[in-house]
Design a protein around this ligand. Structure first.
Ligand SMILES: [Mg+2]
Length: 299
């Protein structure tokens, strides 16, 4: 029998799975992809949804803050969005050429004898492209992405009132719903007394919703107690912590509440968490494979 890759399972390790966010976690924020993505999202809102340019900054912030992603928020407040077109618009023009192969990270990942899975809010095309650019496409068992968590909502319409599910008393939100059927979230928060109560609910499943993380764990058959979650987002880390994951904030060495570790860069993994490599090793080979990046947990 041939083995393309051989992993030796640690005998005494507390862990058996490493769960990685993708963007700004496996490559640095300085690559410029996040900044370009933010601009593309703003352009999409102006060009495709006809939103006034002067509102983009405030609206994007409110949607991101309250719904996890801007797109989840746009859907919540009533915009029609073709998910594939949206992802192609906001990711298609990213400066992927800024991402270079990362042999240091590749070597670190391949030396870790655990299951390794990507968990991103982004779409599959983007995730695969980023991993290919970084030279990491064969380092992971699979990818949990937008399509994995939102499998039946490829093309959606919010023409139907019933599609928008409101939290709380519907009469409380009617006065903040604009004539065009779009919920006026800027107007909602402009009233000092308004909080998140009365906000419409999004149909999009994404981090940091605990339901999204729970679903990802279930799909990939992950035991949170034996899994380390790597993320650049503090709120995603905190949601993961509430569900029992060990957590590593990537991108800063300042450890916030909810993080077990904090790394300036994913490259600091060995220095920050040496215990990952320190367990006694079994002498027998117990896992092998050359699993493609789009494995069973991919949509
Ligand atoms: Mg990220």
């Amino acid at each position: 029998m041939e083995f393309d890759r051989i992993f030796i399972q640690p005998l005494t390790s507390k862990y058996d799975c490493l769960l990685f966010d993708l963007d700004d976690t496996l490559y640095p924020l300085s690559s410029g992809l996040a900044k370009a993505c933010l601009k593309n999202i703003g352009d999409y809102m102006v060009e495709r949804l006809g939103i006034d340019e002067s509102k983009i900054g405030t609206l994007s912030n409110l949607l991101y803050k309250n719904y996890g992603t801007t797109m989840a928020g746009l859907r919540a407040i009533g915009y029609r969005i073709d998910y594939d077109e949206y992802h192609s618009f906001v990711h298609g023009r990213l400066p992927y050429e800024n991402l270079k192969p990362d042999p240091v990270l590749r070597s670190l990942l391949l030396s870790l004898p655990f299951r390794k899975i990507i968990f991103t809010n982004a779409d599959k095309v983007h995730a695969v492209k980023v991993l290919q650019k970084l030279g990491l496409e064969d380092c992971f068992e699979g990818i949990i992405c937008f399509e994995t968590l939102n499998p039946i909502q490829k093309i959606v319409s919010s023409d139907c009132e019933d599609e928008i599910e409101f939290l709380g008393n519907s009469s409380a939100v009617s006065h903040t719903t604009a004539n065009n059927g779009i919920f006026d979230i800027i107007g909602h928060f402009a009233k000092a007394t308004n909080g998140t109560e009365g906000l419409p609910k999004t149909p999009v499943v994404c981090k940091p919703l605990e339901d999204a993380i729970e679903l990802a764990l279930k799909i990939a058959n992950i035991n949170p107690q034996r899994t380390i979650f790597f993320e650049d987002s503090v709120r995603n880390i905190q949601a993961g912590k509430r569900l029992g994951l060990q957590t590593v904030l990537v991108g800063t060495s300042n450890k916030p509440k909810g993080a077990d570790f904090a790394l300036e860069s994913i490259h600091n993994l060995r220095e920050a968490i040496p215990e990952l490599w320190e367990s006694e090793m079994k002498s027998e080979v117990i896992y092998h494979g050359n699993v493609p990046v789009e494995a069973s947990v991919t949509a």
